[in-house]
Design a protein around this ligand. Sequence first.
Ligand code: IPM
Ligand code: MN
Length: 358
Amino acid sequence: MTYKIAVLPGDGIGKEIVDQAVRVLTALNLDIALEEAPVGGAAYDQFGHPLPPSTLELAKNSNAILFGAVGDWKYDSLPREHRPEQAILGLRKNMGLFANLRPAILYPQLANASSLKPEVVSGLDILIVRELTGDIYFGTPRGVRTAEDGAFKGEQEGFDTMRYAETEVRRIAKIAFEAARKRNGKLCSVDKANVLETSQFWRDIMIDVSKQYPDVALSHMYVDNAAMQLVRAPKEFDVIVTGNLFGDILSDEAAMLTGSIGMLPSASLNASNQGLYEPSHGSAPDIAGQNIANPLATILSAAMLLRYSLNESAAADKVEEAVRQVLAQGLRTADIYEEGAEKVTTSQMGDAVLKALS
Ligand code: IPM
Ligand code: MN
């Protein structure tokens, strides 16, 4: 069977980094058919929409999507529905990509890149499981209206709705418990149950699901405390499961613990194992087109793609091993550069990974 992969480079550095991951995927001698389509600001420029129907169709008909990044300041004044971010939100919602896996791993060679003390972060290996298609991101009603009660009655007010359906919580819980079971058996569910009804509901369901996983130790933490513990003692965590909004914030924090957001991949999966794979970092328009961005997060995302959507875990291992090798060789793009290392460009980093693969 030929695997179909939709390649959506997007904006900013998207094209440069995705190019390198495509080279890696192509070098593996798997039966893969890659097809590229515009997304984000690039698609808006061409089709007047950040997620044109043809791009969505291609994505839906693929086994997996390799995604670069979207966004550029020049689209900031567009109405919300035309902003590049709508492309990623639209892909998540339309394809039901509810499970977002965001590993934060500190590679030993990059221990100095973290702003935290080496003893606090060395050996860090945590996984954030973020629910991606519910919560206040998509809850309705939302908008701007005239307040009908309260102290500000009669004024205009902005409002959103935080909500989670039972099925949504159960299915993300299952993903997280399964992941914890394959790792160190520790799962921390993060919520704000001391204030929010949605969170208490979330917590009750987590406890219920935990009955099916007696081998996994479930704990609960309020999100404010979790933000604090992540910088105080991040290695206390193994797997964190949380909702869309808290997960958005905590995963950026966790990424920065490693000091190198240019290294972190992510996967967003649906119930049929289709997945969207993208680096955790953004489109970095300030350095776009200069061939200096770090392609490793995208290359590692391609490894996740191989593992989760194509079931090619041997190939995934090979790619991850190749990345470890180039780091061990001392090759560094500008974002992870330190004295004594060899500074390389985006494409040179790609060359090195290809060489390590062969
Ligand atoms: C992310 C991003 C998106 C999000 C934006 C671009 C809509 O920050 O993938 O974390 O908030 O989910
Ligand atoms: Mn984010």
